[in-house]
Design a protein. Sequence first.
Length: 741
Amino acid sequence: MAYKNFKFETDADGIALVTWDIPGRSMNVLDETSILEIEEIVKQTTNDPAIKGIVTTSAKEAFCAGADLSMLEGMSRTYSDLLKEKGEEAANQVLFDQSRRFSQAFRSIEISGKPWVAAINGLALGGGFEITLSCHYRVAAENPKTRLGLPEIKVGLFPGAGGTQRVPRIVPPQDAMTLLLKGEAVNLARAKALNLIHAIVPASDLIKAAKDWIKGGGKAVAPWDEKGFKLPGGPVFSKAGMQMFPAGNAIYRRETYDNYPAARAIMSCVYEGLQLPIDAALRVESRYFAKILRSNEAAAMIRSLFLSMQELNKGARRPAGVPPTKVKKLAVIGAGFMGASVGYVSAQAGIDVVLVDRDQESADKGKAHAKTVIDGQVAKGRMKQEAGDAVLSRITATADYNAIKECDLVIEAVFEDRKVKADTFAKAQPLLKEGAIFASNTSTLPINSLAEEFKDQGRFLGIHFFSPVEKMMLVEIILGKNTGDVALATALDYVRAIGKTPIVVNDSRGFFANRCVMRYIAEGNEMLLEGVPPAMIENTAKMAGMPVGPLSLQDEVALDLGLKITKATEADLGPNAVNQAQKKLMVEMVEKQGRLGRKNGKGFYDYPEKGKGQKCLWPGLAGLQPKHLDPDTLDVEELKQRFLVAQAVEAARTVEDRVITDMREADVGSILGFGFAPFTGGTLSYIDFMGTRKFVELCHTFEKKYGSRFTPPKLLEEMAAKGETFYGRFPPKKPAAQAAE
């Protein structure tokens, strides 16, 4: 029988080699066709007495990247349609049956009576890794880059094809829960130590080793199907089990604040499933999986963190008709922390980099930053010394502006000061080669006003990186009113080349990300001035889903920088453009108390010397609060909502202002850029899944209590009146062009 996604061949020993190779894709994914064909292959091999065993492998560099999440999103949509047409019971049954199908397909491998071997030739994640776990033997090709894991939790799901039942039957419960709840992939050495794989062999011996195991009498039975099987950590109600599960629940609450239903479902699946035979346990898993798949959190996270991010990474906003571009040589003017970091990530991506600063010493410091990062990576075993040396060799530090003459892209990363930037533009413009693109890394200054200093505005735009550049995956590309398509395409191709996710926004003070995150910071400061205890401000923000509290975030950014931006905004737009009470607070902190944030060891927090304890809130904050509220009288849920609503309503304003024109970018940008509660799917998904009517009502409630900062924009009022959503009113367009490979 011929298959579309698999090549099937049998050797003289009666061993079938099933090679996964989906046409037209760089990686295999577990899609509808693959599931169907796996079912057929199991039937064929089980019923054919001539076949003595089966080896499954991949023709791609990776084994399998996981389930096709667009297929899962389709299942969720089908459920929603059936819910309206046939009611909850019928819709739930269909979703359960669909969810059960994956599990049954893999279970059929396990109980086929024929020995199955997974010959893992590369990356195996999610459903791809779950397939290997259902095989009786797992052998992997030696490769330091290969990773195995179950990352579903990162998109609001959990392993629903046996992962929550097989992993804790293979490895001790604590290790199993770490793999399932954190979703981090492990290397082959760690996988073998955990018994997730049985052997590691040279790549050239992979298929031979798999077949040899079958020919050597490999048993076609899973350990948990054998009589007398014992769990690695003992029964659930053993001493070890009773120590693990209560502690696990506490850790789950501490880490997630119960915002992630999938994490809660994993705990329940493992706890309940380990008390049952494997078949009953798999049914439990399928029921929980179906429940999670119909949750708002899963729908929102799949859409934003997988589908939308994938589309943006593939060039959804790239202008049509512009040929692929490649930045071979990049200049970064300004070799401070930000500029040096941009230079490093670019050199790491294979781009030759020129770091330019006002003097050689400053430029050399920028290159030294790259060496520090590389040395750290080498020391941790994440980079080989030769690779690090190659990256460093691609960076040239200089004080000579003439070095930018051969560069395809020039990024200005000097101080956030108009005069300094204007001077930089004046020096750089005469030296740009024909067709070179010039970008400013400004974080708040409007691009259109900066472009006035630039003669050819068609080649000018903003490329806003987030700190720390090495870790932050978002880059905000800001269009001026005269920015050309070639400039935009070049910027997008460059961002893709350095492995980051771009969003494209129109010009505005603060653009998108900073406009929203400033509302988060401001809301924290408002609470402080209202008399809310500082610790309560920080904790409720994290309970709402933010990665750090607003006071801690300000310390990381630097309080003096925040004050500088406030003063610049006031100078440009007048005193009504800034909150004078908050400005007074910042003046007190920075100018009178000398508290600049983490960088000088004191801000809203006190920072001990390294190795001498943890940071703690500065006791003197109480003296800066006009009054003090009793925490027992405060509504924690309302405080949590204020943080999210303040940011979401600002995101809605950016849509009304046409700063955001693609809803995907607001959601992806808010999660990657400032960590907006990922379980919501982002700022606009937060509104959509709540419902615009309910959100507007909440805005008006807060408006009456706390002021006009919560006033919803007219666009949102109009959408609420019509019952519209952002994704319904502004459906995202599909990619118009293919970005450079």
